[in-house]
Design a protein. Structure first.
Lengths: 294, 319
């Protein structure tokens, strides 16, 4: 399966004899151990966040760390009912992410159809126009959007964020959907047309089965990016349309012992992304590579 | 609306070239599904840029509303002579290059480790992905307060513990963020982006033609030779893709800089600096000029980057 795995071709090393193979197997054990250590190191901050969130404030801020301190829900209680309620920001984030993702899908599906199955002229240029908008620094759009919102009374309105998240994710979605749609075999489309299937039937019976996993991958990525966004949410919202990441940053100003509460907050806000991401690990790769890695 | 247009398209889409008006109608039917997305993107990305361009030539500070007017190139002169802006450009380059290169190298190493069969491979892969799924602000906050904090952070806590094992009660307790602010930001981002690179490279590794590699091994090529002359060339396009996408996102990074150092101690990158000119100094004219300069710089760099993608793209070959 890989460069170090030589089991299927022992003949290659006959002249060097068995010891070589044994040493190789020994190396394999060490490499597996190394993989485990690296994996544990990478997941450690996440585990530490979760563990600390279940400790009391006093036990959370000790040096050396009190790993085996008694567990408590104090941090979560404090987060949900201590100060300002986190529910409105969480709901705002959910609204903005879900609605913008739906709009993105509605716009990107037909666009991708016109870029792959029945391509317009110069479809590559159009595709690269979409990608180029992703390369522009978003911060350049911050001021005009702020002034526009100020003049139209849309500041601190969740629909403004929905509009922005749609524009932020649409290019990614078009690229992804195009790469999934171009997997629909041409022969199948031609066969469907020969059989006299109309567009709706073709869409439903030929295109949909191939593309549905692609739609899921696109939706997952768009949801994660919208849910994570901080800069625009911070500038364009205040008390009403505040999203969860903005709520998190306002959290730290509180002084005194707050580490357990902070970890609880960080975990709660990350939970939807963690759940969605773990549930759809393979979709994640496809999505992140704009559909070019299957 | 679009579906009606599409149906018209399929009907007029006869195998032989349709003459005149019919052909034009069919061309528009082809374009129709594309138009909503395209028009939306043009409106929301190009109009704000025009506005930014106009404002960049204006004297406009929200603190002095009466002094609004035409400023000529003043804002641009101020942007180019501003030491903070020059530092910000340099910081952005260091930050982006640092994070992309380190996470690519780490990601490649880990992808190679995971491209073998061993007990718990799925579990290790899942553990590796976790950092990428923590909301960036939350990750930055955790790194700042739960890991880097000099008094009770996990790093210094672990140092105390390790030194304690050897009977020393005088462990080193560095203040990570003050001692190496830019590296503190870079490490937290490397932690988040290594999984991304690893996933793309792992997918690349699994698409290798195994029979060719086995043939090379039978011919007596050793592990390093196979890696150098077969695996690495095969991975090249995946490395480029990872570097390109990583750069697009990390150049724009705001969350980590804003949270971990608040742009202090020489870590203010371009997005943070422009945010500050706009949000704290309320100098709209100068913020816009800075944005215009950044956009032009980005276009120059992106032209090269897009060439890379389009060369990748040609291999895929469209229909």
């Amino acid at each position: 399966m890989s460069i170090t795995d030589t089991a299927p071709v022992p003949a290659a090393h006959d002249e060097r004899g068995r010891p070589v193979k044994k040493r190789r197997e020994g190396a394999n054990v060490w490499l597996s151990l190394l993989a485990w250590i690296v994996g544990i190191l990478f997941v450690l901050p996440v585990v530490w966040m979760v563990l600390t969130s279940f400790h009391s404030e006093a036990n959370a801020a000790t040096n050396p760390p009190s790993v085996f301190a008694p567990l408590t829900l104090e941090g979560y209680r404090e987060f949900f009912s201590g100060g300002a309620s986190p529910w409105p920001p969480l709901l705002n984030s959910l609204t903005a992410s879900v609605i913008s993702t739906l709009i993105v899908l509605l716009l990107s599906l037909p666009a991708a159809y016109a870029l792959s199955i029945k391509p317009v002229k110069k479809w590559t240029d159009v595709l690269f126009f979409f990608l180029s908008t992703k390369m522009l620094p978003v911060v350049a759009g911050l001021l005009p959007l702020y002034l526009f919102a100020q003049n139209t009374g849309l500041l601190d309105n969740i629909w403004l964020l929905i509009l922005f998240y749609t524009s932020m994710n649409l290019p990614i979605a078009v690229w992804m959907m195009r790469s999934f749609l171009s997997e629909v075999p041409v022969e199948m489309l031609e066969a469907a047309q020969m059989d006299g299937a109309n567009l709706t039937k073709t869409l439903r019976s030929v295109i949909a089965p191939v593309v549905t996993p692609g739609i899921a991958a696109t939706a997952l990525i768009c949801f994660i990016f919208s849910w994570n966004e901080l800069l625009f949410a911070r500038v364009l919202t205040a008390t009403v349309a505040e999203t969860a990441p903005v709520f998190l940053t306002s959290f730290v100003t509180s002084q005194g012992l707050f580490l357990a509460q902070l970890c609880a907050a960080a975990f709660v806000v990350s939970l939807p992304v963690l759940v969605a991401g773990f549930a759809a690990q393979d979709k994640l790769v496809q999505g992140l590579s704009l559909g070019s890695v299957k | 609306m679009t579906s009606v247009a599409e149906q018209a398209g399929t009907q007029t889409d006869a195998p032989q070239p349709a003459p005149g008006a019919a052909r034009r109608a069919s061309a528009w039917a082809r374009r129709a599904p594309l138009l909503p997305a395209l028009i939306f993107m043009i409106v929301v990305t190009q109009l704000p840029f025009v506005a930014t361009l106009v404002i960049s030539f204006m004297d406009w500070n929200a603190y002095y509303p009466s002094e609004r007017g035409f400023a000529g190139f003043d804002n641009f002169v101020r942007v180019f002579t501003d030491v903070n802006m020059r530092d910000a450009v340099w910081t952005t380059i260091l930050l982006t290059a640092g994070v992309v290169l380190i996470s690519l190298v780490l990601g490649l190493g880990i992808a190679l480790l995971l491209d073998r069969k061993f007990r718990g491979r799925g579990a290790v892969r899942t553990m590796m992905i976790a950092p990428f799924l923590v909301v960036p602000v939350a990750a930055a906050l955790i790194w700042k307060h739960a890991l880097y904090n000099p008094e009770y952070g996990l790093f210094n806590g672990a140092l105390t513990w390790i030194w304690g094992l050897f009977g020393s009660d005088n462990p080193p307790q560095p203040d990570w963020i003050s001692n190496m602010p830019l590296w503190a930001v870079i490490f937290s981002l490397v932690w988040q982006w290594t999984p991304f690179m690893m996933l793309i490279l792992l997918a690349g590794l699994q698409g290798r033609p195994l029979d060719v590699i086995e043939a090379a091994r039978i011919d007596g090529a050793n592990t390093w030779q196979i890696f150098r002359s077969m695996t690495l060339p095969h991975l090249r396009q995946y490395l480029e893709l990872g570097a390109l996408l990583g750069s697009i996102y990390i150049v724009q990074n705001f969350d980590a800089v804003f949270t971990i150092t608040s742009g202090g101690l020489g870590t203010a990158n371009l997005p943070y600096t422009i945010y500050q000119i706009f949000y704290q100094a309320h100098d709209y004219g100068r913020a816009s000029a800075a944005a215009v300069v950044v956009v032009i710089g980005t276009i120059i760099i992106a032209t090269f980057a897009l060439r890379t993608v389009s060369s990748l793209f040609k291999q895929e070959a469209g229909r």
